[in-house]
Design a protein around this ligand. Sequence first.
Ligand SMILES: [Zn+2]
Length: 268
Amino acid sequence: MSNKSALADRYETADGSRPDARALDEASARKHPLVAFTVLAGGDAFEGGSAPKDGPARAAALVQARVRVERHRAPKELAARVLERMTRQLAGNPALVARLEHAPPLEVDVVPEGGSFVALGFPAAVLEGAAGLFWGDKRWPAARIALRREHIDTTPMLVEHEVAHAVFALALTGAEQELAYAHLRPVFGARAAMDEAFAIYSERELCGSWEELEHHAPGVYGFTRRQWSDNHVFTRFVRKLWFPFKPLAGPRPAVEGHRRWNKFSGAR
Ligand SMILES: [Zn+2]
């Protein structure tokens, strides 16, 4: 995610290069299927109901076991807030949590003010002006997120944006990523832009509406936020990915007294 002082930056890297993390293996994916993909396949997603009762506990256990924060002398409370936000983000879909148990662990660097991503071992192509970034490399034992300390509490949705990148890269199989890309490619073209589109649709789903300022962000960031609609198939997909129990996005008027239809159509 670009910060406000780097308005010319289009992506999180100078050359549009992307992380090469290890995608989820097919066997783990089959054990924990994601209903969201039926939306992209042109179908309806019938799952409904209520939030999983054990969602927060399972997400907390995963975060405790698989996420390590390198504080670089930032206050403990700040690191705790990052982990809390990650836990909340994953609490809606136990299948995602289960998938991440089979993915590489995640290391989160809280980058000191004025610090360098590259000095912490991130590739030379990453933009030092970014507020945060996700990176993975098949040769690394863990995938990595970096968050600039001064942006964690002040740049809205920063943590959620980077965790969305991580989930897309680590909790989906290569084939599932290709299904999402096939849907996004006609509009967004480049992979780096499609990755950002996924993270931005996720911001909206996880955190609610954007501030006016964020609509004016450069490149794919502002464009995607301005074009976002409740009626997009991709909005429905992203909603079912984070919150499978929620009704599909888009207006679906309820029919009085017709419980089965309302359940089918996702109307409340
Ligand atoms: Zn991003």
